[in-house]
Design a protein around this ligand. Structure first.
Ligand SMILES: Cc1cc2nc3c(=O)[nH]c(=O)nc-3n(C[C@H](O)[C@H](O)[C@H](O)COP(=O)(O)OP(=O)(O)OC[C@H]3O[C@@H](n4cnc5c(N)ncnc54)[C@H](O)[C@@H]3O)c2cc1C
Length: 430
């Protein structure tokens, strides 16, 4: 008899809550990861996220070999894999960390039911966030929809709990199940290397110390680049948040934003398809396909927008300040539905996270929680002057800027601003 720890977006051996709990049980623990074909079949061959996960699994495989163990890596639909394992193996219990996305919640519910039919127990734990969505609620039990009071309550709850705990799973690894599973290659999974570089998970301390001063300037290495690691749990959100409170409260606030948007997605799953504020679904989007293509390719004639889109296309990353500018430009200047932009980001971002991406897009379009008021339309030229005055970022991604080959602006700013305000006002009038 053995127990299984099912890894999903917690691809690490240290400070892993579910793994820690599994390793406290009397049975040895087999690590399992499932490449879910229902998700993979939607992705392009050179998907950097699949490559990232694969690379992390190979690293995990090497680490647990020291304990005579291995990660069992399966490839199939989650239900097929579990049906097979439940029937063929002597599993007593399955441990996992909770996931708050609608698809994952449904999947886990189905797996739990299937396991129950086979007499296998299921245990899940909070790990992806410091505060789970049900832990930070208003006094009347309702979820928050404004960030500042949410973060205040988040901190109060943390004080009540006595701080952020650690789950030292790494100290109990000798209790892993003896096994010798081999990792499939990326090609076995039907994928190819993407050519996109992955940021390291070690961040120089000086970067976090200077975070508040530098974080808004896209030409600087001023942010942590931890988003992909937080997305797939290759770093511990608890450890990063604890450290953040010690050296940069501003950085800690950004980590709380991440949890805020996860809480919004958990409590208001309708945001996946619709605007958080229903009246925003009355906006008559222009949805001009040609303009959308120019935005995607970074050929709008607005240098900051174009630099951002080209950075995204080439590296799978875009600086946060620029994400705000390009999202605002698409929804407000071009009046293209935020869902189009959201889907393009979802396809391209290495750190794609449904909750933060949806939150960011609805913030930019004005339709979301705690969003920018619709009449505040970012001026991309002023943003450029403020945040990339020397054009260092622009020149890096748009080398032809300033030459004849660089296109003229796709739309005039004042004209677009007026058109946006009229269109929004029409939709939002009571
Ligand atoms: C339109 C739009 C789409 C976005 N899509 C995503 C996405 O798919 N995935 C994603 O992780 N972030 C997204 N963000 C938030 C933010 O841009 C990225 O988290 C950040 O740029 C990642 O770089 P970093 O790790 O260097 O961030 P840092 O500035 O170093 O921040 C540290 C961490 O805090 C969290 N964080 C920072 N800013 C935000 C924010 N505004 N909202 C939520 N969490 C935040 C992230 O986990 C980030 O890794 C989006 C923002 C916008 C405006």
């Amino acid at each position: 008899m053995y127990n299984v720890f099912w890894m999903r977006r917690d691809l690490r051996l240290e400070d892993n809550h579910g793994l820690y709990q599994a390793l406290q049980s009397p049975n040895p623990v087999q690590l399992l990861f499932i490449f879910d074909t229902e998700i993979l079949q939607e992705l392009p061959k050179r998907d950097a996220r699949v490559e990232f996960i694969h690379e992390q699994l190979v690293k995990l495989q090497e680490s647990v070999r020291a304990y005579g163990s291995s990660v069992r890596i399966e490839h199939g639909t989650v239900m097929e894999v579990w049906a097979r394992l439940a029937q063929q193996e002597s599993i007593q219990a399955v441990y996992a960390n909770r996931d708050y996305e609608p698809y994952a919640k449904k999947r886990d519910e189905s797996v739990r039911n299937l396991l129950q039919e086979h007499g296998i127990s299921w245990f899940d734990f909070g790990d992806q966030v410091v505060m789970e969505p049900q832990e930070v609620l208003k006094d009347n039990g309702q979820p928050y929809t404004v960030f500042t009071p949410y973060s205040r309550k988040w901190k109060e709850r943390l004080n009540e709990k006595g701080g952020i705990v650690e789950y030292p799973s790494q100290e109990h690894l000798p209790r892993l199940n003896p096994s010798q599973f081999l990792a499939p290659s990326l090609t076995d999974l039907g994928f190819e290397p993407s050519g996109i570089p992955f940021p390291p998970k070690e961040v120089p301390q000086s970067r976090i110390v200077n975070y508040e001063q530098k974080r808004n300037f896209p030409a600087e290495e001023g942010t942590s680049r931890l988003s992909v690691h937080l997305r797939f749990g290759t770093v511990s959100p608890r450890a990063k948040t604890r450290k953040a409170f010690e050296i940069s409260p501003k950085f800690a606030t950004e980590l709380i934003w991440r949890e805020f948007y996860m809480s919004i997605l958990y409590h208001f799953p309708h945001v996946v398809e619709r605007s958080f504020r229903p009246e925003y679904d009355r906006i008559e989007w222009r949805n001009n396909a040609q303009e959308f293509e120019a935005w995607k390719a970074g050929k709008t004639g607005y240098p900051l927008v174009d630099a951002g889109m080209r950075e995204l296309n080439r590296t799978g990353h875009m600086h946060n300040r620029v994400r705000m500018v390009v999202a605002s430009f698409l929804t407000k200047h071009l009046l293209i539905d935020w869902r189009w932009g959201e889907a393009y980001f979802a396809e391209k971002l290495l750190d794609f996270e449904l909750s933060s991406n949806n939150g960011g897009w609805q913030w930019a379009s004005g339709s979301g929680v705690d969003a920018a008021p619709y009449f505040r339309v970012f001026n991309p030229q002023l943003q450029l002057e403020k945040f990339d005055k020397q054009l260092r970022y622009v020149k890096r991604w748009v080398p032809e800027f300033g030459s004849f080959s660089y296109p003229a602006p796709i739309v005039d700013h004042s004209f677009a601003r007026k058109r946006c305000l009229e269109t929004y006002a029409r939709a939002l009038k009571p």
